[in-house]
Design a protein around this ligand. Structure first.
Ligand code: AMP
Length: 483
């Protein structure tokens, strides 16, 4: 936090909305980007979700659009002036909700369109006229083709989470969309990393952009101890148990790649007697908040979550992070392990690697520019996996979120497939107006007398075992923690 919003001379309608949000001062990306965007220059910003970047681009953009605000009911008086593109429904919806809140005292209209749901209600909104359109690329193209969205009066375009859009294979869609926009416009590009592809995209579509970088997202904190353990899927829970026991860790986040896997793993751990909760896209915002509060209170020791669910929730500083699945995108690895080892505290990040993950581990190595060693953790019985030397092999057979198809519609967006927008189908669920101070506080360990659930788990076999455990496997071995 560096600066006060009052220095910006925002219009009273915007300043009032900001004050209502409870923001006291600008975040670093806001302090740097808002003045630049107010001048109408192009921006290339390195910032992740959670840094306040939505306000960083939307407040100045709304301020510049105020000259167009009018009370007319005629759609012709409300053409699309600003277009915000995002890779997933979840993110598009979040950003659209924020923009709605910032614009609530203005006469500027905004809406969001994304795939996977009926086009009709979106069409009705578009036909009424909106100044700010938030969209995922595939669905936007559908609306353009259906002549529901006309973009020839766009003055601002925001490519948010641009690295993810390229990862998903949206480049051809982006190129088409950008071809419909006037050449004379302001383009803002935000990305967690400035990869060569992102630089190429910026080179083609941005004019003399001002580069703003608030964090070095490719860097992992030196306070995080990073471990990679070879583990077959069936052995992964045992590895987690062993690390928790050996290190005396009280609480941890466990990341998985799909919401199905998330729910399944949480259930298995729960059945094994570990106090666990799941956070994924099928949980309502309310359920997510309750789960986090339970974690914070020490009522829950393990929080199993997907990337998108965890990204929306601003919780940091847990003692350990496990990657039950190696993330499909190396950037997600950096995001995930950034949850631990903050503010000088030491943290542990354990990634469980199966043989087919070698290529993904290679991607992480490249991104963080560090040679990673996949170790074999001695469990009580030999792991079911192949000999350790196999772990170094580069595997090409794993399906990846990265898609090379020329055109990928939102409906088949792999990220969307991981996170359904179900909780929002009934319409907007406004985000809490004031940020819950819980999210701004660093992690605090629960009271010392609260011991983690794994301490209390009997080391003997339990009657209700996970359906995922192979019947032949000795269940008792799963609970042994002593060497
Ligand atoms: P974003 O990175 O845009 O997704 O924002 C992450 C969260 O930070 C959202 O819940 C915002 O409401 C909140 N936020 C944005 N700007 C500020 C600020 N200046 N002060 C406090 N919270 C903020």
């Amino acid at each position: 936090m560096t600066d006060s919003f009052s220095n910006l001379s925002l219009a009273p309608t915007l300043a009032r909305a900001v004050a209502e949000m409870g923001y006291e001062s600008m975040t670093p990306i806001q302090a740097q980007a808002i003045p630049v965007v107010l001048t109408g220059q192009d921006v290339m910003g390195a910032a992740q979700t959670g840094t306040g970047k939505t306000a960083a681009f939307s407040l100045p953009l709304l301020q510049r659009l105020l000259k167009h605000e009018n009370p007319s009911t005629s759609p012709a008086r409300h053409p699309v002036r600003a277009l915000v593109l995002l890779p997933t429904r979840e993110l598009a919806d979040q950003v659209a909700q924020q923009i709605k809140m910032y614009a609530k005292y203005t006469q500027l209209r905004s809406t969001v369109v994304f795939g996977g749901i009926d086009m009709k209600p979106q069409t009705l909104e578009l036909k009424k006229g909106v100044e700010v359109l938030v969209a995922t690329p595939g669905r936007l193209l559908d609306h353009i083709e259906a002549k529901n969205a006309v973009l020839n009066q766009v003055e601002y375009v925001v490519l948010d989470e641009a690295d993810r859009m390229l990862d998903i294979g949206f480049l051809p869609d982006l190129q088409r969309i950008l071809s419909y926009l006037p050449k004379q416009r302001t383009t803002l590009l935000f990305s967690a990393t400035f990869s060569p592809e992102i630089k190429r995209l910026a080179g083609s579509y941005l004019q003399n952009p001002v580069t703003i970088e608030v964090a070095r997202p490719n860097e992992t904190a030196s306070t995080v101890e990073q471990r990679f353990y070879a583990a077959q899927d069936d052995d992964k829970r045992r590895v987690i148990r062993k690390v928790l026991d050996d290190r005396g860790i009280k609480q941890a986040f466990i990341f998985v790649n799909s919401k199905l896997g998330c729910a399944r793993l949480a259930r298995s751990l729960e059945r094994e007697g570990l106090k666990t909760t799941a956070l994924h896209g099928d949980k309502s915002q309310d359920e997510r908040l309750k789960a986090l509060e339970a974690f914070k209170q020490g009522e829950v020791d393990l929080l199993v979550c997907t990337d998108v669910a965890a990204r929306g929730l601003d919780i940091k500083d847990v003692p350990a992070v496990f990657n039950f699945d190696v993330p499909y995108n190396a950037e997600d690895y950096v995001h995930r392990i950034g949850r631990t080892g903050r503010a000088g505290a030491s943290g542990l990040a354990v990634t469980l690697v199966s043989p087919s993950d070698a290529r993904l581990v290679g991607d992480i190595e490249k991104l963080i520019k560090k040679k990673l060693e996949v170790e074999t953790l001695q469990l009580d019985t030999a792991p079911a996996g192949p000999a350790p030397e196999k772990w170094g092999a580069r595997s090409e057979d794993r399906p990846r979120a990265r898609a090379s198809e020329s055109r990928r519609r939102d409906d088949s967006d792999p990220r969307d497939a991981l996170e359904s927008p179900r909780e929002r189908r009934g319409g907007f669920r406004p985000a809490p107006i004031n940020r819950d101070p819980f999210f701004s506080k660093p992690y605090e360990a629960p009271p010392a007398d609260v011991s983690p659930s794994w301490d209390a788990v009997p080391k003997a076999p339990r009657s209700s075992i996970s359906a995922n455990i192979k019947p032949k496997r000795k269940v008792a071995a799963l609970f042994k923690s002593e060497e």
